[in-house]
Design a protein around this ligand. Structure first.
Ligand SMILES: NC(=O)C1=CN([C@@H]2O[C@H](COP(=O)(O)OP(=O)(O)OC[C@H]3O[C@@H](n4cnc5c(N)ncnc54)[C@H](OP(=O)(O)O)[C@@H]3O)[C@@H](O)[C@H]2O)C=CC1
Ligand SMILES: O=C(CO)COP(=O)(O)O
Length: 341
C-alpha cells in the first residue's frame, strides 16, 4: 500500500508554496490553492510562483488551483497558509466540502482582531469535529526554499496529527519536533513578530548588539508572561517556537516584520511601508491586538506599550527609550511570573 496521500495547502504566498513543495518532495500529491485564478494558472504553467517565491521550481506533483472545493475534495491533511485576517473566512469556505476526518493544520502566525482569538481557537469554533494542529518555528520561507537546515514544531493534542505532519513534511534539511502546547507554540509565532519590528527599528537607528540582545531577552520575558497568562506552558518559550523564532525574526532582514521596523526607524510612514512590502507583516496588526488584550488582562508589557506609542501615536522613539530605560528596575529572572509575584 502506498503511503503517499493527497495533501492540500490553502494560500499560495511564500510559506504555502514551500510547504506544498516539501510535501511533494516526499512524494505526496499536493493541491496548492490560491484565490486568484490567473495567478494559479500562471504558477501551474510556469511551475514557479513568481510573485512570492521566484527561483524555486515546483515539483510536477504540486498542482496550483483556484477552485477551493476541488483543492480540498480528496485531502485528509489540509495546511492553512493564509494571513490571519483571512483565516476564518477560508475555513468557512471549506467547511461544506472537506472530508469528515480531514486534519487541519495552521501555519499562520497571527491573532484575530476584535475577538482576540488564536488560529487554533478559530479552527475549534468553525470545524469542531476535526483534528487540528499548529505548525510554527524559525522558518524564514526564503531559507527553507534554499534548503538551509531548518527545524519546526508541530503542536497538537492529537498524536495522529503530530505524526501525520512529521511524516508528510520531514526532509533531510527540515526537521519536525512535536509539542502538545498549541497555545504556546502559536503565541510564540504570533508575538515574536511584534518584537522583530522593534529590533528592526533599533538597527535602523544605529543601536548596537548589546541593545538588540537586551531587547530580545526582555521580549522573551514579556511574551512568555503574556502567553502563560493565557494558559501556555512556559517551557515552550525556550524551544524552537519561542526563543528560536524570536531570534531568527529579530535578527534577519529576510523577515518582513523586521523590515517594517527598519523602514519605520528610517522615518518611513507605516501605510506606505506596508504597501510597498507587498507581503504580509502580521506584527503590525498583532501589536494593536496585544496592546489592547494585555491591558484587558492586566499583563505588564512595557515593550508592547512603548512600540505601540511609536508606531501608532507617533511618539518620538527617544522619549519611549528614556521611559523604558528609566523604569523601575526589576529582577532579571522575573521571567514568566506576573509583576509583583
Ligand atoms: N513567509 C514566511 O517566512 C513565513 C510565514 N508564516 C506565516 O504564514 C502566513 C502566510 O504568510 P506568507 O505566506 O508569508 O504571506 P504572503 O504575503 O507571502 O502571501 C499571502 C498569501 O495569502 C493570500 N491571501 C491573502 N488574503 C487572502 C484572502 N482573503 N483569502 C485567500 N487568500 C488570501 C495571498 O493571496 P494574493 O496573492 O491573492 O494576495 C497570498 O497567496 C502568515 O501568517 C505568516 O506569518 C509562517 C512561517 C514563515
Ligand atoms: O515567521 C517567520 C520566520 O519564522 C517569518 O517572519 P516574517 O513574517 O517577519 O517574514
Amino acid at each position: 500500500m502506498s503511503h503517499h496521500q493527497a495533501i492540500t495547502v490553502l494560500g499560495g504566498g511564500s510559506f504555502g508554496t514551500i510547504i506544498a513543495n516539501i510535501a511533494a518532495e516526499n512524494g505526496h500529491q499536493v493541491r496548492l490553492w490560491m484565490r486568484d485564478a490567473q495567478q494559479a494558472e500562471e504558477v501551474e504553467k510556469s511551475r514557479v510562483n513568481n510573485r512570492y517565491m521566484p527561483d524555486y521550481p515546483l515539483l510536477a506533483n504540486v498542482e496550483a488551483c483556484s477552485d477551493i472545493g476541488y483543492a480540498v475534495a480528496d485531502s485528509h491533511l489540509i495546511f492553512m497558509a493564509v494571513p490571519s485576517k483571512a483565516f476564518r473566512q477560508v475555513l468557512r469556505q471549506i467547511k461544506p466540502c472537506i472530508q469528515p476526518e480531514a486534519q487541519i493544520v495552521s501555519t499562520t502566525k497571527g491573532i484575530e482582531s476584535d475577538s482576540f482569538k488564536l488560529m487554533s481557537q478559530i479552527m475549534c469554533e468553525e470545524l469542531p469535529d476535526h483534528p487540528i494542529g499548529v505548525l510554527s518555528g524559525p522558518n524564514l520561507a526564503k531559507e527553507v526554499a534554499r534548503r538551509q537546515l531548518t527545524a519546526t514544531v508541530i503542536a497538537s493534542n492529537n498524536p495522529q496529527v503530530r505524526a501525520a505532519v512529521q511524516r508528510v513534511l520531514r526532509r533531510d534539511y527540515f526537521r519536525i519536533y512535536a509539542n502538545n502546547d498549541m497555545y504556546g507554540v502559536e503565541l510564540g509565532g504570533a508575538l515574536k513578530n511584534i518584537y522583530a519590528i522593534a529590533t528592526g527599528m533599533a538597527a535602523a537607528l544605529g543601536m548596537g548588539e548589546n541593545t538588540r540582545s537586551m531587547l530580545m531577552t526582555r521580549s522573551l520575558a514579556e511574551m512568555s508572561r503574556f502567553a502563560v497568562c493565557l494558559g501556555a506552558n512556559p517551557l515552550t518559550f525556550i524551544g524552537l517556537a519561542g526563543v528560536g523564532d524570536l531570534a531568527v525574526t529579530c535578527m534577519s532582514p529576510l523577515s518582513r516584520n523586521y523590515r517594517v521596523g527598519h523602514a519605520l526607524g528610517k522615518g518611513g510612514s507605516l501605510g506606505q511601508i506596508v504597501e510597498e512590502l507587498g507581503e504580509v507583516a502580521e506584527g503590525v496588526g498583532t501589536l494593536q491586538i496585544v496592546k489592547h488584550w494585555a491591558t484587558e488582562l492586566g499583563v505588564y508589557m512595557p515593550l508592547v506599550d512603548g512600540l505601540y506609542e511609536v508606531v501608532f501615536n507617533q511618539r518620538p522613539v527617544q522619549q519611549v527609550v528614556q521611559a523604558l530605560m528609566g523604569g523601575e528596575q526589576s529582577s532579571d529572572v522575573e521571567f514568566v511570573l506576573p509583576r509583583g509575584n
